[in-house]
Design a protein. Structure first.
Length: 360
């Protein structure tokens, strides 16, 4: 059973009025009524600061909350009918469907209707209205037909992106705009991008580190998805890297990096953070994550992998030629760049020998 909501009763409005006159806060009133604090504050906002209608909007004297007036207003609003749905008009729906059949997007349809019928405001519908109408159609052939005409062909609509996260915002972070030019221009190795590759149900994860210049990739086993897990997992693999290959790390503002200062001090590298909702600022890692899904498909329980297994997968991944590197091998290129030429040659020979058994 879902949560049931109810309007304020006359008695509750009376309590709100008396306690507000006594100077109590909205939260205090909510505790007495057993209501959510937001419900009381909205009730006060709707009714407690409503100036007389015969005075100018600006500079009006504010009235206090009045229980009788609030009850009368609520009763009046219950009688106000809802607006009719615009797309219930059959001719308008035919216009919309005809454009969908020509692969117009909902945004294009919305703008096109406004331009073609400027004198018919009842036909001016937003793209959100169009999306809602399409996905409100019951499952069946009609809905499948219409969703196939949309660009993404999704059977279900994804939830809209949330706004900026305001809870637990990390403090004392360095912006990506402060990153040194050698990291920005990918001039030398040792400047990394990092991320979590998340498993089934967001319950498991693998840490991913990618060198911006050579695309050399390191995978870190995580015990969980917390900041402490990220600190332990990333520190373990970063310590294995040579000092010359450990300069900076660029990450998003995920909560798993809450201990970024400790990570920076332990591993002697500077950490920079991309802007919220800006994955293109870490495009190297985003592209790598997509390639790694060949090894770790979505819905996989990533907690079952040991660090040794991840090292083996990372080695196989790093010994694949990459087009963006002129078909060089990331592992070989990274070893050359950090001055380990003998190791680079050893890796190259191992790559060649691994295919010797396939010769006819």
């Amino acid at each position: 059973m879902g949560t049931r909501y109810s309007h304020f009763s006359a008695e509750e409005r009376g309590v709100i009025m008396v306690m507000k006159q006594q100077g109590h806060s909205g939260r205090a009133i909510a505790r007495v009524l057993g209501r959510a604090g937001s419900s009381v504050t909205r009730e006060l906002a709707r009714n407690g600061h409503e100036p007389p209608s015969d005075t100018p909007k600006r500079g009006r004297p504010r009235r206090g909350y009045d229980a009788v007036r609030a009850g009368q207003r609520a009763k009046k609003l219950r009688c106000v009918p809802r607006r009719l749905r615009k797309l219930a008009h059959p001719v308008l729906w035919m216009q919309v469907k005809a454009r969908l059949m020509r692969y117009w997007s909902p945004r294009q349809i919305s703008r096109g209707l406004r331009e073609q019928f400027p004198d018919r405001p009842e036909w001016h519908v937003s793209h959100e209205t169009l999306y809602t109408a399409i996905y409100a159609i019951p499952r069946g052939p009609i809905r499948r037909e219409l969703t196939r005409l949309l660009k993404q062909h999704r059977a279900e609509r994804r939830s809209r992106r949330k706004g900026v996260e305001r809870r637990g915002r990390m403090l004392d972070i360095q912006s990506i705009r402060s990153r040194p030019s050698e990291a920005e221009e990918r001039l030398v190795p040792g400047h990394w991008e990092g991320d979590f590759l998340v498993g089934a149900g967001n319950a498991s994860a693998i840490g991913v580190l990618v060198d911006r210049k050579t695309l050399f990739t390191v995978l870190a086993r995580m015990r969980g998805c917390t900041a402490a897990d990220a600190l332990e997992g990333f520190s373990r693999v970063l310590r294995r890297l040579p000092a010359s290959g450990r300069k900076t790390l660029t990450y998003d503002q995920g909560k798993e990096m809450a201990l970024h200062r400790v990570l920076s001090e332990r591993n002697d590298l500077s950490i920079y953070f991309a802007d919220p909702h800006s994955p293109w600022q870490r495009g190297v890692c985003e592209n790598t994550n997509g390639l790694l899904r060949q090894y770790f498909p979505k819905g996989t329980d990533l907690s079952r992998y040991t660090q040794r297994q991840l090292d083996r997968i990372a080695y196989e991944f790093n010994t694949r030629p990459r087009a963006s590197l002129g078909y060089q091998y990331p592992a070989v290129l990274f070893m050359h760049e950090v001055g380990r030429h003998d190791m680079a040659e050893k890796v190259r020979q191992e790559i060649y020998h691994s295919f010797d058994a396939l010769r006819g």
